[in-house]
Design a protein around this ligand. Sequence first.
Ligand SMILES: Cc1cc2nc3c(=O)[nH]c(=O)nc-3n(C[C@H](O)[C@H](O)[C@H](O)COP(=O)(O)OP(=O)(O)OC[C@H]3O[C@@H](n4cnc5c(N)ncnc54)[C@H](O)[C@@H]3O)c2cc1C
Length: 389
Amino acid sequence: MKTQVAIVGAGPAGLLLGHLLRAEGIACVVIERQSGEYVLSRIRAGVLEQGTVGLMERLGLDARMKVEGLPHGGFNLADGERLIRIDVAALTGQSVMVYGQTELTRDLMDAAPARGLEVIYQAGDVALHDVAGNAPFVTFARQGRDHRIDARIVVGCDGFHGPSRQAIPANVGRVFERVYPFGWLGILADVPPCNHELIYANHERGFALASMRSATRSRYYIDVPLTERIEDWSDDRVWDELAVRLGPDAAAQITRGPALEKSIAPLRSFVFEPMRHGSLLLCGDAAHIVPPTGAKGLNLAASDVHYAAQALVAFFRDGDADAVAGYSAKALARVWKSERFSWALTKLMHRFPEDGPFERRMQRAELDYIASSEAAQRSIAENYVGLPL
Ligand SMILES: Cc1cc2nc3c(=O)[nH]c(=O)nc-3n(C[C@H](O)[C@H](O)[C@H](O)COP(=O)(O)OP(=O)(O)OC[C@H]3O[C@@H](n4cnc5c(N)ncnc54)[C@H](O)[C@@H]3O)c2cc1C
């Protein structure tokens, strides 16, 4: 098979890129290791920046999001004694959209056949070849047969563990990484949220986040040492811990219910540079990871895809090779700003095991400053709502 762009991975990055390219008449194929049902079963991000919403609008795939999504004009930072509301709408004139990654992925998936976007699911042994040159190809096995897709460009949208990043020689790439000494234990339940906006809490027992996927489905997190096992956390134990860490006002509003999903995810900051090598571009988690504090992971994948689509349209339509060559620098400029915000919010809202009384005073001083300064709140708000694409 021959195409212009072979996209590896049908998560949000791969599907979004496929749609943006098809909308411009560029031929592409998406190759995914898992089944569609499996991709939809992964419970992940839930807060969309304006830029991400705008991309779905541009594609005309925002109808369900507009009905079922929850626009949020603010969020809260809690530190035991007080709740600091960041009035994102007043400070930036914009809002974010609470709409689960699963739902966004479903919208992209469902629209693919009608828009001529071919997605090959359950592709085994996916491998990238000759990406340094002008005639790369992707091979995979499916239903007992070997397949090969020749393309002019390959885009790796295959997440942190996929093969695309590994196809770039070690002497070309550079890794920047910070692994955090805790993970987030998340619980998803069909119960109304305890608050109509997100609450990030820094409590002496640790971090907690009250979040949601809809008006009837809640997503909560607490941080736990990486040595914790999920089997040791009954639903009741999680709810008890949340009630303490979120504080009495939120606790009074918590509705408990059985976990639909419960898991522990490690936290890391990770950037791979460059995000292009020859005819291979990397987008999303394939190139970088942020801790979920601030909800930037999915949104960064969307902004990468926006830049990649722009570059590929310029390349295929106008023969502009510089656009592809410039992709990495353009994407990384935004990636590092989101890495900084996610890292800073993680540092502010978590108790690190190595921290002592000095670091705790620094956290309190920063929260005092945020509580009292509109300039500080504006800086947080503009990062939270998403820096311009
Ligand atoms: C447990 C968890 C919780 C998260 N929570 C949040 C959150 O609350 N907020 C937030 O903003 N972000 C969150 N994130 C991050 C967010 O989900 C990711 O940033 C987002 O999914 C990135 O999209 P992506 O398309 O780049 O990668 P992915 O969603 O990882 O998609 C990659 C796709 O590539 C496929 N693939 C992998 N290997 C191969 C292969 N060999 N061949 C073909 N296909 C392959 C995978 O099956 C997958 O479908 C979370 C991530 C995790 C893991």
